[in-house]
Structure formats: structure tokens, C-alpha cells
Design a binder for this molecule. Structure first.
Ligand SMILES: Cc1cc2nc3c(=O)[nH]c(=O)nc-3n(C[C@H](O)[C@H](O)[C@H](O)COP(=O)(O)OP(=O)(O)OC[C@H]3O[C@@H](n4cnc5c(N)ncnc54)[C@H](O)[C@@H]3O)c2cc1C
Ligand code: SF4
Length: 605
């Protein structure tokens, strides 16, 4: 094995979490930092050259190739597992910037009560009213511990939006139900699309409080506190699944790397796939990885940071035998527990709009959202099925739903009985750019005792290392949530059809982009139908070591010089999208390292 010169900090994974940690350490300290990224080098230049929907969206050009490494899935401990050979329900990123290069850009803060969810649910509903097997936990930190970190993340990326709760003052037009923020967004909202204006009008008519989706896709030129300038979005529509060709969408490559590249104490090694954290006597000594040439290499380091996203953070800890594997039978062990995947659904109806929408002019996070049903404060539970505890948000969807190839042939069943033939072609051409569902639902996903991760005893990667196994299924509660989501979506769809002069038809639109998900159908968790890339848990943060793998600074409970950063630390999944919170907890973890650990290298309290 090749042994390299020791460094101060080695960071595993070069996505938002890893490169942000590198930025914080490189700018604020003189530590010698190396980031190891399993995927290739890539960046803005190449995005300007070859935007191709078939390559990027349908063939997942920027995502991890499951032939190189994948995850296995089973619904319960009684079922056999099978490797995911085609993504899929979620799409892991790879290469410089990770999924942060090809994400959409929706940048929500989480609700205040979400950080104390266990306490909240027990107090509001009582333990006996909670779904069987529920395992949600308080984070050990509160929203106010993170508020400044959220703001630093928003400034770094230049989030475009409109505040609805500025230090407690409610402002119409923003999200008046959001947690209080100290500052207005760094940039104003994006210009809404034509279709989004109907959503806004319909939501207002229904008495809701629509607000512009907060977006990491800039509405105007912006220079962040690091002096990095990026231009405003051109609404090209080639956004999620693609890197932004002009840098309007905040990505690690255009927001963090310009700063890091100037730092002599930073280096990034691509095609370096980490296999183990090496440790002795409760101390991490570095990591081993396969380098570009296939040679196993040891990189010694004083501090090790895992930021390889939820499944690989968890797997690396398991392969390295750090922490105690969670056992769903006994509830003992903390490593692998609280696996969650954000719950989504659509309506049972489709709108055939009167006019063409020009929906190809869009951005990854442009549109309106309503949070009137988010959390548990504004739901009339007397009108809901018994057992419903929380709602979620509803928003007008964005690309890639409106890319030309994916949307061709997306027509309601009422307009063609089959997916082929002259009638179908005629309807597909006539209805192109005129069909869609106005509102998509995003809801929390509670952690359950039976949903967890461990190492698969059967399936291995090319080096013989066990793959990560996900044991995950929806419960009756998630079906209730999806039904709730579909019902409100249908209500918004009907209002949008009315205000736009369109027609509401029964059933979801059919076609390549819609076949993957049948709204409202009672299905088991499907690893092959895309939902979101918002998978969380496995190495959750906790106030005490018996409940999580890391403390609230994301420092491993058993190994003070090991930090496990990102959404693996979230005890449950929120209706809000996760990346802004990933950035916020990473900044807080860096504060812990810089402000506390480097002064006194021991377990933080
Ligand atoms: C199509 C799409 C749209 C999305 N839209 C949104 C959105 O609108 N809003 C939102 O909040 N979120 C969105 N997301 C999710 C968002 O991209 C992720 O939450 C975020 O990028 C996670 O950042 P991360 O750094 O934790 O992980 P990643 O981006 O996954 O980075 C982890 C990195 O670690 C590397 N790695 C893994 N294992 C190893 C190893 N063993 N050795 C070395 N390197 C390794 C990977 O290659 C990867 O580059 C979207 C995701 C996708 C795919
Ligand atoms: S829609 Fe805007 S942010 Fe997205 S890729 Fe195009 S220019 Fe960039």
C-alpha cells in the first residue's frame, strides 16, 4: 500500500458538504487540507459545451454509475435484498461538486418545530396517538442554534426569495409561516413562469398564502461575501440534472472552488475512492482509498471528515467498524438507524391548459409554494382522517418536467386510450406544452424503528466490500400523508384550471415522464421510481451518545477527531428540501472544529 505524507485534515467527498467544510477550514485556519472525491473532475466550462437531455436526464450522465457502486434495497427484514441497477428513486451524485452540481436549487429553511419533533408530537398528540414504530428524535439543537448558519449559507449562495417572517414581523407575499429570520434574502425572487402565475392566482383565490420558492438560482447578478460573482438566471430550463452553463445556480464548483483554488493549503484529488477510516485506540489516523491507477493508498491525517452523503457516510463507518450497528429488533445500536426519504405525491387530476405555457422557459427552483398546511398548526384535524399529524407544502413543479424529450407524449388518458398510434401522435403534438399538474406535495418522513441501513451480507462492490443495504418501506401513515397531499393538489389543480381557462381532467398525465409515479396509488416504497434525492439518517446527531452516532457538532461520539457531515445526521426528513440545512449544519460543524476543537482537541459538549 502506498503511504502518503500526513495532512492536517482529510475530507471524504467533494460535494456541498465536503467542499464547504474545506472552504471553512482553508479560509479560517492554516490547516493543510485534502479532499478525496471518488468521481471525475468537472466544472462550469464543460456545462457550456454539451447540454443534452438524453445524456444528462435520461441517462443520468452526472450521477453515480450503479455499475461502479450501488446500494441494495429490501422492504423489510423478512425480504431478500436486490441491488439498485438503475437509478432510481434517488440519484447519487459523483465527481467534483457531487449532486450540488446538478441539483434544482430549492433552498428551504426547516420549520422551528422540526428540530424538536419528538417533543412536539408527544406534547401535542400524546404518545398513544403516534404511528406504530415511530422513532423521530429531537436534534439536540434548535432552530435558533442554526439561524445564523442558515444566513451564512444563504449569503454564500445568494438565495433569491422574499422573507415572510422578518424577526417576527409577518410580510405578505413571503412565507408568513416560516420560522423567523433575521435578514431579508440576499437577492429578490426569480421572475415567475407563466404557469406559476396561475398557481399564484389560484392559491390566493383559495385563501392560501403563496410565496416564491427560495432559490439558489440567482434572480440577478450577485457577489457573495467571499467576493465570488455569479450572473442572474436566463431561465434556460436545463437545470436539475445539469450543471448551470453560466453559473447562475449555486454549485460547489462555481461558489466554493473559486475561493479554494486560491488557497495553498487546499488540494482536491479526483478519482480517489475511500474504502476505510483507519483508526486505533479511539482515534482516526487517516483513510485508505483506491487512487486513479487502482493502487490502494493510505492518507494519514489528524482530522478526518466524512462528507460522502447519507448512504456512503453510513457505509464507510460500517466498513471501518466505527460505532455500534443498529438492530431493529432490540432498538440497540446507533449506526444505520433513522433512514428516511422525503414523502411526495401529486394529484389525481391533470390540467389541459387553454394556451401553450412556454414551460421550457424555467429554472430549477422558480415558482410558487404554499405552506398553509406545513407542520401541524393550521390543519383542521377534525376534518382529516384520524391519525394524521402533520401536513406539508405544495408547489408548482419545475424542469426537467418541461424538457422537450421527457415531456413529449405526456397527455391525459382521456385524450388517447393508448401510448402509441396515430391518435396518440396527434394528441401528443396538439397538447405538447399544455398539460400538467399544478401542485406537487412535499411532506415530512418520520423515522421508524424498522427503516434502517446495514451492510449487505450478499452483494459486494468490485473490491469485495459489502454494499450498503437499505431496509425501507412506506407505512399506513405515509399513505395517509400521500392521500392528503393528493387531495389538496387536486383542489389547487381545479382552481388553476378555473383561473387559467383550462380544463381539469381525471387521472394523471401519461407518458415517459409520468409513468414512473401513479399519484395516490397505494404502493410500497419503490427504489426505481424517482421521487427526490433527499435521503437522510444513518449517522444521526443526538444530545446523548445512546441515541445517535454523532454529537450536535457532528463529531463522532466515539472518536473526537472524526466528523460525519451532511444529511446522514438528520434524525428525520422534512417537507423542506435539505441542502440549505446541510450547508447550515456543515458551517456549524466547522465552527465546532475551528472555534473549539482546534483549541482543545477532545470531545465537544
Ligand atoms: C436532480 C436533483 C435535484 C435536486 N434538487 C434539490 C433541490 O432543489 N433542493 C435541495 O435542497 N436539494 C436538492 N437535491 C439534493 C441535493 O443535491 C443534495 O442534498 C446535496 O447536493 C447533498 O450534498 P452532499 O455534499 O451532502 O452530498 P453529495 O452531493 O452526494 O456529495 C457527496 C460526494 O461524495 C463523493 N463520495 C461518495 N462516496 C465516496 C467515497 N467512498 N470516496 C470518495 N468520495 C466519495 C460523491 O462522489 C459525491 O461527490 C437534488 C438532487 C438531485 C440529484
Ligand atoms: S435555468 Fe438558470 S440557474 Fe438553471 S441552468 Fe439555466 S441559467 Fe442556470
Amino acid at each position: 500500500m502506498k503511504v502518503l505524507k500526513p495532512v492536517d485534515a482529510v475530507i471524504v467527498g467533494g460535494g456541498w458538504a465536503g467542499l464547504l467544510m474545506a472552504r471553512e477550514l482553508a479560509v479560517r485556519t492554516s490547516l493543510d487540507i485534502v479532499v478525496l472525491e471518488r468521481g471525475p473532475a468537472r466544472g462550469p466550462k464543460e456545462y457550456a459545451e454539451d447540454m443534452d437531455e438524453i445524456d444528462y436526464v435520461l441517462r443520468n450522465k452526472m450521477m453515480q454509475n450503479p455499475a461502479d457502486n450501488t446500494i441494495t434495497h429490501r422492504h423489510s427484514v423478512r425480504d431478500p435484498s436486490a441491488p439498485i441497477r438503475q437509478y432510481g428513486a434517488f440519484k447519487p451524485g459523483t465527481g467534483t461538486g457531487g449532486s450540488g452540481e446538478h441539483w434544482g436549487g430549492i433552498s428551504d429553511r426547516y420549520l422551528e418545530d422540526f428540530f424538536v419533533l419528538e417533543t412536539r408530537l408527544r406534547q401535542k398528540f400524546g404518545a398513544s396517538k403516534l404511528p406504530p414504530g415511530i422513532a423521530v428524535q429531537d436534534w439536540g439543537i434548535t432552530y435558533s442554534d442554526l439561524e445564523d448558519c442558515y444566513w451564512r449559507a444563504e449569503q454564500l449562495t445568494g438565495v433569491s426569495g422574499k422573507a415572510g417572517n422578518l424577526r417576527g414581523r409577518k410580510i405578505e407575499g413571503g412565507n408568513i409561516f416560516e420560522a423567523p429570520r433575521q435578514n431579508e434574502y440576499p437577492t429578490p425572487p426569480l421572475i415567475p413562469t407563466y404557469a406559476a402565475t396561475f398557481f399564484n392566482k389560484a392559491a390566493l383565490e383559495l385563501g392560501y398564502h403563496p410565496y416564491p420558492l427560495p432559490a439558489c438560482n440567482l434572480s440577478q447578478t450577485y457577489t457573495n461575501p467571499d467576493g465570488v460573482s455569479r450572473p442572474g438566471c436566463t431561465y434556460c430550463g436545463y437545470c436539475p440534472s445539469f450543471g448551470c452553463m453560466i453559473g447562475a445556480k449555486a454549485q460547489p464548483s462555481n461558489t466554493l472552488l473559486p475561493v479554494l483554488r486560491r488557497k495553498k493549503n487546499f488540494s482536491l484529488r479526483n478519482n480517489a475512492c475511500v474504502r476505510r477510516v483507519v483508526h486505533k485506540s479511539g482515534k482516526a489516523q487517516g483513510v485508505t482509498y483506491m487512487d486513479e491507477s487502482g493502487e490502494e493508498t493510505f492518507q494519514p491525517a489528524s482530522i478526518v471528515v466524512l462528507s460522502a452523503w447519507t448512504p456512503q457516510n453510513t457505509r464507510l463507518l460500517m466498513l471501518s467498524k466505527i460505532g455500534r450497528q443498529y438492530d431493529p429488533e432490540t432498538g440497540k445500536g446507533t449506526l444505520g438507524k433513522n433512514l428516511t426519504h422525503q414523502v411526495t405525491s401529486g394529484g389525481h387530476s391533470t390540467i389541459v391548459y387553454k394556451d401553450a405555457l412556454n414551460a421550457f422557459m424555467t429554472s430549477g427552483a422558480v415558482g410558487y409554494c404554499v405552506a398553509d398546511f406545513d407542520g401541524d398548526e393550521r390543519i383542521d384535524f377534525s376534518k382529516e382522517p384520524p391519525g394524521l399529524l402533520r401536513g406539508g407544502t405544495f408547489s408548482r413543479g419545475t424542469s426537467p418536467e418541461y424538457l422537450p424529450v421527457s415531456t413529449f407524449g405526456r397527455i391525459p388518458a382521456s385524450h388517447s386510450p393508448r401510448n402509441w398510434g396515430a391518435e396518440w401522435k396527434k394528441a401528443s403534438i396538439g397538447l405538447w406544452d399544455r398539460v400538467g399538474s399544478a401542485a406537487g406535495y412535499r411532506g415530512d418522513h418520520f423515522a421508524y424503528r424498522q427503516n434502517f441501513m446495514d451492510l449487505d451480507p450478499t452483494w459486494t462492490d468490485r473490491w469485495g466490500d459489502p454494499l450498503l443495504r437499505m431496509t425501507l418501506d412506506w407505512t399506513d401513515y405515509e399513505h395517509m400523508q400521500m392521500d392528503f397531499g393528493s387531495r389538496i393538489s387536486d383542489k389547487i389543480n381545479a382552481a388553476v384550471a378555473r383561473v387559467s381557462g383550462g380544463k381539469l381532467v381525471e387521472g394523471g398525465a401519461r407518458g415517459p415522464a409520468a409513468l414512473a409515479r401513479t399519484p395516490g396509488r397505494r404502493t410500497r416504497y419503490s427504489a426505481s421510481s424517482y421521487s427526490t434525492t433527499h435521503i437522510q439518517g444513518g449517522a444521526v446527531m443526538s444530545a446523548t451518545p445512546d441515541r445517535g452516532a454523532v454529537n450536535t457538532w457532528l463529531q463522532h461520539w466515539d472518536m473526537p477527531n472524526l466528523w460525519v457531515v451532511g444529511s446522514s445526521s438528520f434524525p428525520q426528513n422534512s417537507s423542506g428540501n435539505p441542502t440549505l440545512t446541510i450547508l447550515a449544519v456543515t458551517i456549524r460543524a466547522a465552527d465546532g472544529i475551528v472555534g473549539k476543537y482546534l483549541k482543545k482537541p477532545e470531545a465537544l459538549v
